[in-house]
Design a protein around this ligand. Structure first.
Ligand code: SF4
Length: 297
């Protein structure tokens, strides 16, 4: 990447982070398990499920197998049964048992602390060599367990950064993470990751982003395009007319405005006029996204 583009991306990320912090504050790192091996188990359980079901699966796993040696010695069918509530139980049980067996074989125990001494790319390469562990999972672990400047990109972060034009529209989770990571400010990887997820859940949703209410609208090309194509309706303030009725023909700053004309324009009720021009329904994939704590681990 050209030096100018690098500076541009860093500056844009700094601006985005500042705007998000202005709206949401700077979130604290999540308080889930901080032991790296347990966190690895937790992140494997978090794949393709909600926070709530991941937590239920982890609680059942921890209750049934209270120690890592006990977990590593579990029969696959026992582990599958314990984590079934989180979905994909067979694949997740295989990933967890495979990871624990390999860690023990290579390190002589259940510890990943040696990763603290490794440079970030090497630590990530080690983690992603485990079946079922991709760049997103590895980066969550490296960021939240080890405090490394890794930048996890999930579906929310990917969608928002694409709309902001920070990554190409064809980017994958892994490519976006690796291209953005070096340009995120020091100490900002966690807060920016968490705030982008929150924005993606609450504002920049897949089908009906609430651009008019978004703190990133001033720096978002997609938001500007959408708000130009679908300007937010102007709510009526005329006496005697319900507030949820939009005044057809009202033009802000133009001639012939209904408000300025003392109600000359025809007043129409319609379902469409009560929305911002797009249905407020969530896609099935959005409904399946983890929600709640703003923490991916
Ligand atoms: S302005 Fe719209 S498209 Fe851009 S980040 Fe905000 S909600 Fe998403």
């Amino acid at each position: 990447m050209m030096a100018g583009a690098v500076r541009g991306l860093s500056a844009r990320l700094r601006e985005v982070s500042g705007l998000l912090a202005g709206r949401f504050g700077r979130p604290e790192p999540c308080v889930h398990e901080t032991d790296p091996v347990r966190n690895l188990v937790l992140t494997i359980l978090s794949q393709n499920t909600t926070d709530a079901n991941r937590d239920r699966a982890y609680e059942r796993l921890a209750k049934r197998f209270p120690t890592l040696p006990a977990l590593a010695a579990a029969r696959p069918s026992e582990l599958e049964e314990a984590i079934r509530v989180g979905g994909l139980a067979k694949a997740k049980a295989k990933s967890i048992l495979g990871a624990l067996a390999r860690i023990r074989e290579e390190r002589g125990g259940y510890s990943l602390d040696f990763l603290r001494e490794m440079p970030l790319p090497g630590a990530r390469e080690y983690l992603t060599s485990f079946p079922g562990v991709g760049v997103k999972t590895a980066n969550i672990l490296l960021l939240f367990s080890f405090g490394m400047p890794a930048f996890p990109v999930d579906t929310h972060v990917l969608r928002v950064t694409k709309r902001l034009g920070l990554v190409p529209g064809t980017s994958t989770l892994a490519k976006a993470a690796l291209s953005l990571e070096p340009h995120v400010g020091t100490g900002d990887h966690g807060p920016l990751h968490l705030n982008l997820i929150r924005l993606g859940r609450e504002v920049c949703r897949p089908r009906n982003p609430l651009c008019a209410e978004c703190p990133l609208l001033p720096v978002c090309p997609e938001g500007k395009r959408r708000t130009k194509a679908h300007p937010a309706p102007v709510r009526n303030t005329l006496p005697g007319v319900p507030r949820n009725v939009r005044l057809e023909g009202h033009a802000t700053g133009g001639s012939g405005g209904a408000a300025a004309g003392g109600g000359r324009s025809e007043v129409k009720r319609s379902r469409a006029s009560l929305s911002h021009g797009e249905p407020r329904t969530e896609s099935p994939s959005e409904a399946a996204q983890p929600k709640g704590k703003g923490c991916n681990t």
